[in-house]
Design a protein around this ligand. Structure first.
Ligand code: URA
Length: 239
């Protein structure tokens, strides 16, 4: 018996929806294995991987980011940059988005701004291995333009999950785009820095982006960034 054209269209649509659903599950970190088909060619049931075979939750988010095609930046990136670091000291730094060096290496803050960030982290007695470093958007905007609002929205679930999984003691927003996104405000970095905010129960400190400090390397800006970093340390130490 041959299927009528409208039945075929409905079947194609069903398969397309199913594929999209499975892709979304995979992006959200739920992996499924297909077991071998029977002779009757019934589609095999989806079987969740055993918990032991599943990567830890942070790795699942990072893998989802590496495969992500949620926005136009997937079309221009070389590779996405999920984030990296240890969490021994439970501090999470959030920048704006990968630049050229990060796009090439797949690692956050490895260019000139990254070198300055390393110094800022070292200045409060920590190292990259003590902290987690990531960005608001995980793919490089072409020509290092600002990320567009829909790109930030598309990428937000990844950052939200990273924060939920890592549960940092202190969040540090680097620069205006990160601070504005995390604090859901239109205020600029000059007004947001210098105090402890709250992100859903986690202390959040906003400071200047290291790339801005490199452009405007004045005593005044460096002093303010140093004050912010001391505030990060004090908050981490519960003082
Ligand atoms: N600037 C950022 O905001 N993030 C990076 O990863 C590198 C530079």
């Amino acid at each position: 018996m041959t299927a009528k054209p409208h039945q075929r269209e409905r079947a194609v649509e069903f398969v397309r929806d199913l594929r999209r659903y499975l892709e979304q599950l995979r992006e959200d970190g739920t992996e499924y294995l297909l077991i071998a088909r029977g002779k009757d060619s019934d589609p095999a049931p989806a079987v969740p991987r055993s918990a032991a075979a599943r990567p830890p939750p942070l790795r699942q988010v990072e893998e989802a980011v590496r495969r992500c095609r949620r926005c136009r930046l997937a079309g221009t990136r070389k590779q996405s940059v999920p984030g990296e670091g240890g969490m021994r000291k439970s501090v999470m730094f959030v920048g704006e988005g990968p630049g050229e060096q990060e796009d090439l290496s797949g690692r956050p803050f490895v260019g000139r701004a990254g070198k300055l960030l390393d110094k800022m982290i070292a200045a409060i007695g920590l190292s990259r291995d003590d902290v987690y470093i990531t960005n608001i958007v995980k793919c490089r905007p072409p020509g290092n333009r600002d990320p567009k609002p829909d790109e930030v929205v598309a990428c937000w679930p990844y950052l939200e999950k990273q924060i939920a999984v890592l549960s940092p003691k202190v969040l540090v927003a680097l620069g205006s785009p990160a601070a504005k996104t995390l604090l859901d405000t239109d205020e600029g970095i000059s007004r947001l820095r210098g105090k402890v905010h709250d992100f859903e129960g986690t202390p959040l400190i906003a400071t200047y982006h290291p790339a801005f400090l490199l452009r405007a390397y004045t005593v005044e800006n460096r002093t303010k960034a140093w004050e912010d970093m001391k505030l990060v340390r004090k908050t981490l130490d519960g003082k």
